[in-house]
Ligand binder design. Sequence first.
Ligand code: KIV
Ligand code: NA
Length: 278
Amino acid sequence: RKKVTIQTLKTLKSANIPITMLTAYDYPTAVSASSNALIDVTLVGDSLAQVCLGYTSTTQLTLPEMIHHARAVARGTTHPLLIADMPFGSFHVSNDNAVENAIRLIREGQVEAVKLEGGEEVVPIVRRLTRIGIPVMAHVGLLPQKHLAMSGYKVQGRSAAGAKRVINDALALEDAGAFAVLVEGVPKELGKHLTEKLQIPTIGIGAGPWTSGQVLVWDDIMGTWCGHKAKFVRRFADLKTPRDKGVQDYAQAIRERMFPSEDTESYTMDPSELAKLS
Ligand code: KIV
Ligand code: NA
C-alpha cells in the first residue's frame, strides 16, 4: 500500500471510509500493525507508560523514553502514518521548549507527526508547531495526562456546558492547524456532533461509532493487558492465555527433560572426533 499521508486521511473522511488507528510500542508491534493494508495510522501512544513500561500513569513517562520506543516503531512501520504522543511535561514549559521537543520526536524518534493532549490552553503551541511544518493531531475530551487534577479518568462532555467546552476546544484546535483531533471518553452524541462540526477528521476512543475513525490500544485489542478494562474496549484476540501457556510449557519441558530433544534440537559430533577426546 502507498504511504498514508494527512491528505489520505482527509480523503477517507470525505469518502466516509472509517480511519483505522492502532497503537504500537516496539519493532514487532509496529511490523504487525503494518502487516496488512487496513491500518491507516500507527500511534506510539504514551499509554507506553502503563502497557509496556509498568508505570502507573502516563505522567511518569519521559521524552527520552518515548523517543527510544518511537524509533523502534519507526523501524517496523511501512505504509501507516506514524504519530507519537508528546509526553506529559514536554510541551507546557514554554512554546520554544515544545518546539524543541517536537523536533526531537521527529528527528530522533523518526515519527511523522505528534499528538498532544489539551484544549484551548494548548492552541498557541499547536499553532506554532503546525506553522513550522510539524503536523499535530489534537486530543480532547478525557485527558489522561490530567488525571491528577481531574481526580481520575472521567467521561467528559455529558452536560451541555461540558460538551460546549469540548466543542470549543476542538474548533479552536482545528483553527490552530491540527490535521485531526482524537476524541477520548465522551458520549456518542458528542462524538457525532464534533465529527459533523469539524472539517478535519475525528478519531474516537470511547467516543461512539460516528467519529471519522477509531483507535484502540494494542494490548487492549490483543487481550494481553490485565489491568482495568474500560467500557469502550473490545478484545479482538485473547493472546494472554496462549502466551502464558507457552511460558509454562517451556519451563515444564525443561524440568521433565523433554527439551531439547536429542535428535532434532541438538548438534552432533563426528564419532571419529569424539573418539580422540578420551
Ligand atoms: O496513549 C494512547 O494510547 C492514546 C490513546 C487515546 C490511543 O493516546
Ligand atoms: Na496518549
